[in-house]
Design a protein around this ligand. Structure first.
Ligand code: BTN
Length: 252
């Protein structure tokens, strides 16, 4: 089992903010992890909040130093982390686990895990990547989150949070080490194979307009490649276009 520095806190505003602040002042070791039972200001992507009932779920953040990676390939880290979480959930017997681009983990059309990736680039070096992960384990009622699910809701039983947390860390470290030593193959293909709604005709909001499109690929910058058309337009022929995170909204 891989060892790493673990900071366990009963309560904290956000493990992500705590980790980033600590790293600024102390220059932490790679894989240093902050784990808590309760976040009072859990952060999601952009300005979103992350809701999690005290003691029911896992919330943790850890530090990577992929200085070997060109910053233009930073999206590979997101892919590896997402794949590691998918594998852990599948090992627990959860079915229909998918990655909702770019880095949410879904079971069917419900969100079970959110991943927050923040990169620190100095010069031309990816000097730190802060990864925050929230996984719904034993929570059954949610008040804010859109279409949430949890281990309990999927499997109808309680799980040890510590065990799931350890399983995630071990899988993340092992995939990351394989990647670092050039032994992890087909990352792009594996990520694509696990992508929610790949090659399915769905409605999305794209730059405020309703479109019907199929996800076809992810480009080298981690943007989504879609083929489809605007629903209100007279143009019948679908076209291929690229969407960034802020441009595309999934409709459930
Ligand atoms: C999202 O779905 O938008 C990402 C959610 C990320 C939540 C985790 S919980 C641990 C870490 N600390 C935070 O404040 N956020 C991340």
């Amino acid at each position: 089992m891989q060892q790493y520095e673990l900071i366990q806190l009963e309560e904290v505003t956000s493990t992500q903010t705590y980790l980033i602040d600590k790293d600024e002042s102390l220059a932490l070791q790679e894989f240093t992890t902050v784990y808590t039972n309760k976040q009072t200001l859990g952060r999601g992507q952009g300005t979103n909040k992350w809701e999690s009932e005290k003691g029911k779920n896992i919330s943790f953040s850890f530090l990577l130093r992929p200085t070997f990676l060109n910053p233009s390939n930073q999206y590979l880290i997101t892919k590896i982390i997402s794949l590691a979480i998918v594998e852990v959930l599948q090992d627990y017997g959860i079915e229909n686990v998918k990655i909702k681009w770019p880095n949410d983990i879904y079971v069917n059309e419900n969100k079970i895990c959110g991943i927050l990736v923040q990169n620190k680039i100095i010069g031309n070096e990816l000097s730190a990547v802060y990864v925050g992960i929230g996984i719904n384990i034993n929570q059954t009622k949610f008040s804010f989150a859109l279409n949430p699910t949890s281990f309990f809701l999927e499997m109808k039983k309680e799980y040890s949070k510590e065990e799931v947390f350890q399983a995630c860390m071990q899988r993340i470290i092992s995939l990351y080490e394989e990647f670092k030593t050039g032994k992890l193959n087909n990352i792009d293909k594996k990520y694509l194979n696990n992508l929610l709604f790949l090659n399915q005709k769905r409605k999305y909001e794209y730059n405020g307009k309703l479109i019907e499109a199929e996800i076809k690929d992810i480009n080298e910058y981690g943007h989504l490649v879609l083929e489809g058309r605007e629903l209100d337009s007279k143009e019948e022929k679908p076209s291929v276009f690229v969407a960034e995170l802020r441009e595309l909204k999934f409709l459930f």
